[in-house]
Design a protein around this ligand. Structure first.
Ligand SMILES: [Zn+2]
Length: 177
């Protein structure tokens, strides 16, 4: 397990009652805890969702218009929002970044990143295009299908891993014809 700060000093006040938080041991780890209402602040992993859209034209990638890894290409992806299912999150992100409507299929894999910039957990789903016209928007400055294995400069280990798998799947797809 990575070394992380479980009791960050930036958590000054209790989000429930406003009392000054203290650091105390809880479950074997130091945590920020409210001495008044006993509320415990937990540092939680951020979850992102991504789409693997692979068609006859190739793998759908977007050029990142924002940090981290601005200017590099990645799967359409973003943070899962509170209240939406992972599949709803995937469909929303693809629509936001590419204007394509998709039907989200099976979970391909779950990736883990060390805490820092970006998401700790990335859930990648297969998705098939059902409508819309490809046009970059939101966090994407460009959006296009790339015929594997001819990819642009890729960001993130999850996108690189999925791109390799897409290349193998694409080879099988094209060999069948
Ligand atoms: Zn409190």
């Amino acid at each position: 397990m990575a070394e992380v700060e479980h009791a960050p000093e930036r958590v000054v006040f209790c989000s429930r009652c406003g009392t000054h938080m203290q650091t105390e041991m809880f479950g074997g780890k130091p945590r920020r805890r409210c001495p008044e209402c006993r509320f415990i602040h937990f540092e939680e992993p951020k979850i992102a969702v991504a789409a693997m859209v692979l068609t006859d034209e190739g793998l759908l990638l977007v050029k990142r218009a924002v940090s981290p890894e601005k200017g590099k290409w990645a799967l359409p992806a973003g943070y899962l929002d509170l209240g939406e299912t992972p599949r709803e999150g995937v469909a929303r992100e693809v629509l936001e970044e590419t204007q394509l409507e998709v039907k989200v299929e099976k979970l391909v894999d779950a990736f883990y990143n060390q805490p820092g910039a970006g998401a700790s957990v990335v859930l990648v789903y297969r998705a098939n295009v059902t409508g819309g016209t490809l046009k970059p928007s939101d966090d994407a400055s460009e959006a296009a299908f790339f015929r594997p294995p001819d990819y642009p400069d890729l960001a993130f280990s999850s996108s690189k891993d999925i791109a390799r798998r897409a290349a193998r799947a694409f080879e099988r797809m094209t060999r069948r014809r």
